[in-house]
Design a protein around this ligand. Structure first.
Ligand SMILES: *Cc1c(COP(=O)(O)O)cnc(C)c1O
Length: 378
């Protein structure tokens, strides 16, 4: 099956009982047992729900893994993955990970004894330096948010394997339509499905896929024990979103390319962060491991004042957190998504006050470019 076909025919695409071509929403918490422990595979919806199960099968197929899991948010998914570890364990993470990931590691999970070190994972020498005797996992987000840094997934996977570490990839930005880390050696792939996978700014969800049956059993135990599962309505919304994931990602891709060309020629725009640019330091790696460069672009307009001017003037770019939806969004990471990262650390990373991040939607690109042009005008 090719990629767009898999989006429609992967997982459990229809209802065997009725023939319904859209998998039904099983709005149910518990299931009749014929005798104690004798049932049709479902006992209680935290443990398993047919609609959630259909979604979990679908994401498993799309990522090419062994088992899929759906959670009530990306952060619930990330937290559940970290619950595989014990007090005293150490995890190495990408330095400009999603702000919420940084926050949960440094403000919540640290209290439970899970230690973390943040390094530039585009440089495996830096990763190697962070290795400790108690290191249990390497956690990579690629491309990153908001600086679009790209880690070589295959090289990182080989390094992690050589050190007996679990290798986890946050695949939110590229989605399985463009990038399948399990095929490149990842053990666990996760998503904020709130973003491209849902794609319509109408659901908050997280997804996890593991590449091994035993790990699948362990992880199901964590999911069922901690209980941050996705409800059936939201599971259905994700399956609906996934059907058009390919069309949407292709549209994001072609518009983003044109917008980057426009930004590159604009005198008011400084540094542009986009893996599709030949000048991007990891352009070749991005090309090698992803079918597309994605719909996210960050660029520096020089100051917080200039960024504010843009935010006030744009018509089609909605000022909002989040990304990956049909509508274009704009944000200033330093004061929004990355506000929970201390100012000093933001400066170290290059997340300046004038850094603007856009998530290119699927509107007509001519309108989007005209909008940016007007917003950037003196
Ligand atoms: C949004 C996001 C998350 C967190 O997901 P939620 O669904 O908001 O909980 C994690 N990783 C990345 C890359 C994100 O963009």
């Amino acid at each position: 099956m090719k990629r767009k076909t898999k989006l429609i025919h992967g997982g459990i695409p229809s209802d065997a009982q009725t023939g319904a071509v859209s998998f039904p929403i099983y709005q149910v918490s518990t299931y009749k047992q014929e005798e104690v422990g004798v049932h049709k595979g479902f006992e209680y919806s935290r443990t398993g729900n047919p609609t959630r199960n259909a979604l979990e099968e679908l994401i498993k197929d799309l990522e090419g893994g062994k088992r899929g899991f759906a959670f009530g948010s990306g952060m619930a998914a990330i937290t559940a993955v970290m619950m595989l570890f014990n007090a005293g364990d150490h995890v190495i993470l990408t330095d400009d990970v999603y702000g919420g990931t940084y926050r949960v590691m440094t403000k919540v999970l640290n209290r439970l004894g899970i230690e973390s070190t943040f390094v530039d994972t585009t440089d495996l020498n830096e990763v190697e330096k962070a290795l400790q005797p108690n290191t249990k996992a390497l956690y990579v987000e690629t491309p990153t948010n908001p600086l679009l840094k790209v880690t070589d997934i295959e090289a990182a996977a080989q390094w992690a394997k050589s050190k007996n570490l679990l290798f986890v990839v946050d695949n939110t930005f590229n989605t399985p339509y463009w990038q399948t880390p399990i095929e490149l050696g990842a053990d666990i792939v996760l998503h904020s499905a709130t973003k491209y996978i849902g794609g319509h700014s109408d659901v908050v969800a997280g997804l996890v896929v593991v590449n091994d049956d035993k790990l699948g059993e362990e992880f199901h135990f964590v999911q069922n024990s901690t209980g941050g599962v996705l409800g059936p309505q939201d599971s259905w919304l994700l399956m609906r979103g996934i059907k058009t994931l390919g069309l949407r990602m292709e549209a994001h891709e072609s518009s983003t390319k044109k917008i980057v060309e426009f930004l590159s020629s604009h005198p008011g725009v400084g540094k542009i962060y986009y893996p599709g640019l030949e000048t991007h330091p990891q352009h070749e790696i991005a090309k090698k491991q992803s079918g597309g460069f994605g719909g996210m672009v960050s660029f520096d307009v020089g100051s917080a004042e200039k960024a504010d001017q843009m935010l006030k003037k744009v018509k089609y770019f909605t000022l909002a957190e989040s990304l990956g939806a049909v509508e274009s969004l704009i944000s200033v990471p330093a004061r929004m998504t990355h506000a929970s990262i201390p100012a000093e650390r933001r400066a170290e990373l290059g997340i300046t006050d004038g850094l603007v991040r856009i998530s290119v939607g699927i509107e007509d690109v001519e309108d989007l470019i005209a909008d940016l042009q007007n917003a950037l005008a003196e």
